[in-house]
Design a protein around this ligand. Structure first.
Ligand code: NAP
Ligand code: GDD
Length: 329
């Protein structure tokens, strides 16, 4: 029977997809929101009618305890993080505090308020980093290549540790890259689709990127939040890789995105811009989600090319709407 879910990171890409999914299943859903006046609240309320907001910050343990005491969740999904790898190199300590130690603050708050609360941790394929084997599974050793990846390894293992030490239902989804029209503009996929749409409409001429050769296993965020829900519905907590099993380069992403608009990416993309190169790179990720298929019955539904064109179409429509609004004054 659906219960009460609390989602951290509700204002992020995955937060609204998960909020919509849980509301559609009959859950009472709370979104944890930080700050005095979060500008993204309005769009979350529009996308997730019926959601309730509650204040709290992953940096502030007592705010988490107060949030759990107030809404008495049966399930907690920890999606909140500094999630941009590029930023994590510039703000390594803050990333460690939020993305790493934030997880133990959540677990401690659960232990204090009600250890029966089920906990989901948003682990990441970035933990595999300089990969030890391909494809990567739940048993592949980690070798993170960024402060973000290191913080996620801490979050992952502290979740395992609380499960083993305190018999808590604490699970981790090791999710590979997943994208959507709601993806932040700082991530390479949305940066490309947004720029391609603007170039098509004559609003800009080119886009500067970093490494076009890195490869990612990209899926659709809407498919991936369903895996989170399925993990939380198991009899026993466990960890699962969630991925498509197919990898593509940033260059291929550019090719499909621009071609969809009748453009050649080579006429518009400037590569190897030093501003977007990382001190250490993750060259190639590809996941093996056979355990999730077998145990959860989960599989991805949206293939790569459809994902890219979905994002391009959404950005084109948004830009055209903005132009119409501007013209109307
Ligand atoms: P996102 O769009 O960057 O959202 C991050 C969320 O974290 C935002 O809602 C942000 O809220 C919140 N946040 C930041 N600092 C916080 C703090 N101190 N206290 C509470 N909340 C805070 O990320 P996403 O793509 O939805 O990803 C969701 C989670 O999955 C993240 O943990 C990410 O690391 C992980 N993950 C993502 C992927 C992927 O490909 N998308 C893959 C693997 C794992 P504000 O509005 O307050 O900034
Ligand atoms: N952001 C960005 N901007 N990345 C670029 C650019 C650029 O201009 N040019 C090339 N890239 C390359 C990056 O160097 C990286 O190899 C790849 O594109 C993907 O970068 P991002 O889209 O920033 O994603 P990410 O793979 O580093 O991290 C995402 O996926 C992780 C899961 O593996 C984030 O969502 C993380 O939060 C998530 O854990």
């Amino acid at each position: 029977m659906p219960g009460t879910a609390l989602i951290t990171g509700i204002t992020g890409q995955d937060g609204t997809y998960l909020g919509q999914l849980l509301l559609s299943k009959g859950y009472h859903v709370y979104g944890l929101v930080r700050g005095q006046n979060n500008p993204r609240l309005e769009s979350v309320a529009r996308l997730c009618p019926g959601i309730e907001f509650i204040e709290g910050d992953l940096l502030d343990h007592s705010s988490l305890v107060a949030a759990f005491e107030s809404c008495q969740p049966t399930e907690v999904y920890n999606l909140g993080a500094i999630s941009f790898v590029g930023l994590s190199f510039k703000q390594a300590l803050l990333t460690g505090e939020v993305t790493g130690l934030g997880v133990v603050r959540m677990l401690e708050a659960i232990r204090t308020v009600n250890p029966q609360i089920r906990f989901y941790q948003a682990s990441s394929s970035e933990m595999f980093g300089k990969v030890r084997e391909s494809p990567q599974t739940e048993l592949t050793a980690f070798h993170p290549r960024s402060p973000y990846g290191v913080a996620k390894v801490y979050g992952h293992y502290i979740t395992v540790n609380y499960r083993e030490s305190y018999d808590m239902f604490a699970c981790s989804g090791i999710l590979f890259n997943h994208e959507s029209p709601r993806r932040g503009l700082e991530f390479v996929t949305r940066k490309i689709t947004n720029a391609a749409a603007k170039i098509k409409l004559g609003l800009q001429k080119q886009i500067s990127l970093g490494n076009l050769d890195s490869q990612r296993d990209w899926g659709f965020a809407g498919d991936y939040v369903d895996a989170m829900r399925l993990m939380m519905a198991q009899d026993q907590a466990d960890d699962f890789v969630i991925a498509t099993g197919v990898t593509h380069s940033v260059r291929e992403f550019c090719d499909i995105a621009f071609a969809h608009l009748g453009l050649d990416y080579r006429d518009h993309v400037v590569s190897d811009d030093a501003r977007f190169l990382r001190p250490a790179e993750v060259d190639v990720l590809i996941g093996d989600a056979s355990k999730a298929r077998r145990v959860l019955g989960w599989e991805p539904k949206v293939p790569f090319a459809e994902l890219v064109t979905m994002m391009v179409d959404a950005d084109l429509a948004a830009q055209q709407k903005a132009m119409r609004n501007e013209a109307a004054g």
